[in-house]
Write a protein that binds this ligand. Structure first.
Ligand code: ZN
Ligand code: ZN
Length: 286
């Protein structure tokens, strides 16, 4: 696909059933319904802890993978095998393949809070939360915006078309380990949490919070969302300094993703971590 996302005027103000991508909406609805199966299966400590661990691993995959590694190239993972693990963590959260996600995210930064931005709550209202995943206008992606991918991530050509396998493999694993309770609690609960925490970075992080940096969009810093999303809630910092791997700039701006990547850097697994510029850090010393 080469069509630029949202060059077609979107119709979020008047969404009709035929405007939705039903091949994505149906699994989305089924996983939400699957959460309620816990009423019948019960919830044991083991499956609840599995849900917490799966949420954490995949939240890290979303922020360190989809967002900072692929969309922004804010750092690098030299090992191809390790990159494949990161790809799996990201795509097992059921947010489509990496090329689609990165293309849309780069478009969000190019057109933030303009009428072309499918993610903007100022123009798409409720649909900013999830319409960028499930509205037909969001289906195309722009390979021209990903020209750097072939050289940086050559394995994506082989594995990315199979991104849909990742969440199914995880569902199968949870079902084998813990039966129906594993599917409902470990998989469905954590998947729904991963979805909505990710989606709030668009729907809430462009509405509620502080704006320490003047940007051309309405991005905000929100400490609660930063905690839930492992650092993504420092969204105004991120819009101001998009290429920085570090989104929380001070000790009190908790950025779990950056902290884990720093450990990876010390172990030699992660390289080329881009730091915020001095003028960004200077903002917090006054
Ligand atoms: Zn944003
Ligand atoms: Zn970004």
């Amino acid at each position: 696909m080469t069509t630029e996302p949202a060059t077609v005027p979107h119709r979020y103000s008047n969404v009709r059933l035929q405007d939705l991508s039903w091949n994505f909406i149906i699994p989305f609805a089924l996983v939400h319904l699957g959460c309620f199966a816990a009423i019948w299966t019960g919830v044991h400590l083991e499956t609840f802890l599995a849900a917490v661990v799966l949420f954490a691993l995949r939240m890290f995959g979303i922020t360190a993978g989809y967002h900072r590694l692929y969309s922004h190239r804010a750092y690098h993972i030299p090992s191809r095998a390790l990159r494949c693990i990161m790809w799996f963590l990201a795509t097992s959260s059921a947010q489509r393949h990496v090329r689609w996600w990165a293309s849309h995210h780069r478009h969000h930064h190019r057109s933030s809070d303009t009428p072309q931005d499918l993610h903007s709550p100022h123009h798409t209202g409720f649909w900013s939360h999830m319409g960028w995943q499930y509205h037909k206008d969001a289906a195309p992606w722009n390979d021209a915006a990903l020209r750097d991918f072939d050289k940086a991530f050559p394995e994506l050509k082989t594995i990315d078309p199979y991104a849909w396998v990742s969440p199914l493999a995880l569902l199968a694993l949870c079902s084998v380990l813990w039966g129906a309770e594993g599917a409902a609690v470990a998989f469905c609960w954590s998947t729904v949490a991963n979805w909505h925490v990710t989606f709030t970075i668009n729907s809430i992080n462009h509405v509620w919070g502080t704006r320490p940096f003047e940007t051309s969009d309405d991005s905000r810093n929100n400490a609660l969302l930063a905690l839930l999303s492992f650092g993504e809630g420092w969204h105004n910092n991120h819009h101001a300094f998009q290429s920085s791997c570090r989104q929380g700039h001070t000790w009190w701006q908790l950025d779990i993703t950056w902290m884990v990547l720093k450990v990876g850097e010390k172990m030699g697994l992660v390289t080329k971590m881009k730091a915020p510029p001095a003028r960004a850090m200077a903002r917090w010393s006054t």
